[in-house]
Design a protein around this ligand. Structure first.
Ligand SMILES: Cc1cc2nc3c(=O)[nH]c(=O)nc-3n(C[C@H](O)[C@H](O)[C@H](O)COP(=O)(O)OP(=O)(O)OC[C@H]3O[C@@H](n4cnc5c(N)ncnc54)[C@H](O)[C@@H]3O)c2cc1C
Length: 806
């Protein structure tokens, strides 16, 4: 066995084999795969191995398309052909019109990735799948590319190609330990000796946390038992001259595909089981869990009604195996949080369909630093430490029970909540807050107008419309308060901290003590990596603030670039502080009433400045920044003073007409102002010029990514960021919706909301530069309808910022 390799991939299932193959495809041949048993001896060998193109976000659709194209190529390889039933087609059934709305949105989103889904009615479903009944069926999404593949052959084919390109595969080589050296290399200890490598990849499937423990990491991955049945031949299928399509059924919780002349039927029962949470038998390899058909009986009844032929056919095999889940159902593909040169490709629950694409995107990140698509939806750093195994198991059960039921807009499911709260949580709940979740934190979305109010989730404007309108009105006309829990905040301190940050950000860093600035940072490719608000709190002290979701992402990036002399330190304040936003024309008066010893006047406490203030014995940092476009302050309050501070503000606010507001109102107002959201409008696929951030880029200084950006500026923009006004009041656009010109997709919506102050249906997105001029007439495909849209001014509300300075 080799003693050195550039990359060691641990695990020989689809995840590991695909990563190995794609590393060679991206140009690295000094790569090794270690497998404790035979290839595919984990979950992969017994997979139902359906390969679909459907995804809820563009990155997923794109990576699945890559899988499909790759598998087609492998199937046609004359030297080593593999069995792949490609293009059988598949139906995702819908029981309600709301569900069909969702499919219409996903169809629009997939178009932007060059993928065409079809929405069909119940009769057409029956024509395409003659074995189903159509009772209670609203229709379906038809995915023409659906099929199934032989999982063992697929992995062998990938390993074979990788070997041909120089990779080595060592079977029966269990990894027993991982040690990182001072120079950030990894020593991979195995039963057969050690291998030292630059990068290590955890592709250990349901054993990923055994490998995680070797580097002191807990991956939020939990396994569920999952069963499918294989039937005897079915006469109706034998009589057909085509393969019956795949079915995914959210109303009856099953899937099926043709297997020989019978069916393979898999179930997602409510009475489901986690697996292996207390440790996994080391001998569980090439193994299955005991059959448990009784568990799926309640599902079976509905399945029989949908596919009556199943009542007359015998079952010849039951497969029950472990399948991995993460808290949000998407895998963990990318950097292991807090560990340099460590990667993972774990938590795959549809690994056969997706594995080709995940291995591709991971190999690109390892070799080039970034992948072709923004991979945040897969990034392991999207879950901070709150996502432990207990939490993950609760979410896994919930997800399993809702397998084909996608999240409706603004739907946050209850399992595992509340995971992260501040001392204000109960107070806001009492006040009627309806909470959503941001990186585990409970954050108010809006305040219910009555205790029994329940949001009817929809892809159209719903019953929260007027509620949000009222909150916006209060912010615009009076004063309102919101807690922004979990906002990512670090104190960065040390000699030369401003100079160091200046090399990290493409924007100017605020140099004067007490000043605050919005800054952006780029990756080495010159594309947008992140956004941070920097507050200069003195000669060697900066407060760094960014989106709650960026907690681990930004820390990794900053820590990786810290000066080696240890002169600068970073301390996270995420768990010790929260933010109270006070916004509206009367906010100055309110703050003056509460913090009487501070001069909050226009001349003394100007926009984009910060200072330390005190109330009821609690010190805090006040910053005059605004995400709403109204006069506003953020109070960065230590948790122990949060309730006192909030109480003081609400008491003093009563005579001023103080209201409460939440995230939905904020979203409406920030879109009117043209403010971007990290990982919605700011993604690694585009540079800051393409993202409309020219004014934040200072080309007269050095910064990470500058050389690459200079080159791109010469080449010209690939896309342009635009703001759109839609000519419709029935539904908002949704992130991912296609922007169309002359029948051709020319762009994608990234954010959208009703602008309550300007009374317009607004959206933002990236389009082909030829469609970006002011007034350009386009269409946005919103839940199936082409809605006329016009490119409009980026700032629809108070473009001169008179109100924030008032
Ligand atoms: C019943 C069932 C039906 C399914 N149907 C579908 C489907 O229709 N379509 C679909 O896309 N997906 C399906 N899946 C899911 C899919 O099979 C999995 O997502 C996929 O196989 C996971 O692959 P993996 O490589 O991540 O894990 P695994 O296949 O488990 O591979 C991990 C490998 O790592 C090795 N390993 C672990 N620890 C070590 C160590 N210390 N040293 C060396 N090697 C180690 C293991 O031996 C194993 O070979 C199904 C799953 C189940 C259970």
């Amino acid at each position: 066995m080799k003693s050195h390799a550039r990359v060691v991939v641990i695990g020989g299932g689809i995840a590991g084999c695909s990563t190995l193959y794609h590393l060679t495809r991206e140009g690295w041949s000094d790569v090794v795969l270690l497998e404790r048993d035979e290839l595919t001896s984990g979950t992969t060998w017994h997979s139902a191995a359906q390969v679909t193109n459907f995804g809820a976000v563009q990155t997923m659709v794109g990576l699945k398309t890559h899988s499909i194209n790759l598998y087609k190529e492998l199937a046609e390889d004359a030297e080593y052909p593999i069995n792949y039933h490609h293009g059988t087609g598949g139906l995702r059934l819908a029981g309600t019109q709301d569900h069909l709305d969702g499919y219409r949105h996903f169809r629009s989103m997939a178009k932007g990735m060059g993928v065409e889904f079809e929405i069909i009615d119940a009769d057409e479903c029956r024509k395409r799948h003659p074995l189903i009944t159509t009772d209670n069926l609203a229709g379906a999404l038809w995915d023409p590319m659906d099929g199934d593949i032989d999982p063992a052959q697929l992995c062998q084919a990938l390993a074979r190609r990788a070997r041909k390109a120089g990779a080595e595969v060592y079977r029966h080589t269990p990894v027993t330990g991982l040690t990182q050296t001072a120079s950030h290399e990894w020593i991979v200890h195995t039963a057969q000796g050690d291998i030292t490598c630059e990068h290590v990849v955890n592709a250990g499937g349901y054993r990923c946390n055994e490998l995680g423990a070797m580097m002191d990491v807990v991956h939020p991955v939990a396994s569920m038992e999952h069963q499918y049945f294989l039937t005897e031949p079915i006469a109706d299928i034998e009589a057909l001259d085509f393969r019956v399509p795949l079915i995914r059924c959210p109303t009856d919780d099953f899937y099926s595909r043709q297997e020989k002349n019978g069916l393979l039927v898999g179930f997602y029962e409510q009475d489901c089981r986690t697996w292996g949470l207390d440790g996994i038998d080391p001998d569980f390899t090439n193994a299955l869990c005991p059959d448990d058909p009784d568990r799926v009986l309640p599902v079976l009844e509905n399945v029989f009604e949908r596919m009556p032929c199943l009542t007359e056919v015998g079952i010849h095999t039951i497969i029950n195996g472990p399948i991995t889940y993460t808290p949000d159902g998407l895998p963990l593909v990318g950097h292991v949080p807090g560990k340099r040169n460590a990667w993972c490709i774990t938590g795959l629950r549809a690994g056969l369909g997706e594995g080709g694409g995940h291995g591709w995107l991971l190999a690109q990140q390892i070799v080039h630093g970034e992948a072709v698509y923004d991979t945040w939806c897969l990034d392991p750093r999207r879950f901070a430490k709150y996502a432990d195994i207990d939490y993950t198991a609760l979410k896994a059960i919930e997800d399993y029970q809702n397998e084909f039921r996608f999240h409706m807009p603004h739907e946050y499911r209850p399992a595992g909540r509340p995971a992260r709260t501040t001392p204000l949580y109960e107070v806001l709940k009492e006040a009627g807050a309806e909470f959503g979740v941001v990186n585990g934190w409970e954050r108010a979305l809006y305040y219910k107008p009555s205790p029994d109010f329940e949001e009817v989730h929809s892809f159209r404007f719903n019953n929260t419309f007027d509620v949000v309108a009222k909150e916006v009105e209060a912010v615009r006309d009076r004063v309102a308060i919101m807690e922004v829990s979990g906002f990512n905040r670090y104190e960065i301190a040390g000699e030369g901290v401003h100079d160091w940050l200046d090399t990290m950000m493409c924007s100017r860093v605020p140099r004067k003590p007490g000043r605050v600035g919005l800054t952006y940072f780029l990756n080495d490719d010159g594309n947008v990596k992140g956004e941070a608000t920097l507050a200069n709190l003195g000669p060697n002290r900066v407060w760094y603030g960014s989106a709650a979701a960026a907690e681990l992402h930004d820390m990794d990036w900053l820590a990786d670039h810290l000066p080696v002399d240890g002169s600068i330190s970073i301390t996270s304040l995420v768990d010790t502080h929260s933010i109270l936003v006070v916004a509206g024309p009367r906010s100055r008066a309110l703050l003056q009433a509460v913090f009487a010893d501070v001069d909050w006047s226009k001349d003394e406490f100007r926009w984009l400045s910060a200072r330390e203030v005190k109330v009821a014995g609690h010190s805090m940092v006040a910053m005059s920044v605004s995400f709403s476009g109204e006069l506003a302050w953020e109070l960065h309050v230590p948790n122990e003073g949060l309730v006192d501070c909030y109480s003081a503000l609400t008491a003093a606010g009563e005579p001023l007409g103080l209201a409460r507001f939440g995230l939905h109102a904020t979203d409406s107002m920030r879109i009117e102002k043209g403010y971007r959201h990290w990982k919605a409008d700011l993604i690694t696929e585009f540079n800051p010029m393409e993202s409309g951030l020219e004014r934040f880029v200072k080309m007269d200084k050095q910064f990470v990514g500058k050389a690459a950006l200079e080159k791109m500026i010469v080449t010209g923009p690939r896309r342009a960021f635009v703001h759109l006004e839609l000519d419709s009041d029935g539904a908002p656009a949704h992130p991912g919706d296609s922007i169309v010109s002359g029948g051709k997709v020319v762009g994608t919506v990234t954010s959208a909301a009703w602008g309550h102050r300007v009374n317009k249906n607004l959206a933002m997105g990236f389009v082909d530069p030829s469609c970006a001029s002011m007034g350009c007439n386009l269409h946005v495909e919103v839940i199936g309808e082409p809605v006329p849209a016009q490119v409009c001014d980026p700032c629809q509300y108070d473009p001169d910022n008179d109100r924030v300075r008032s």
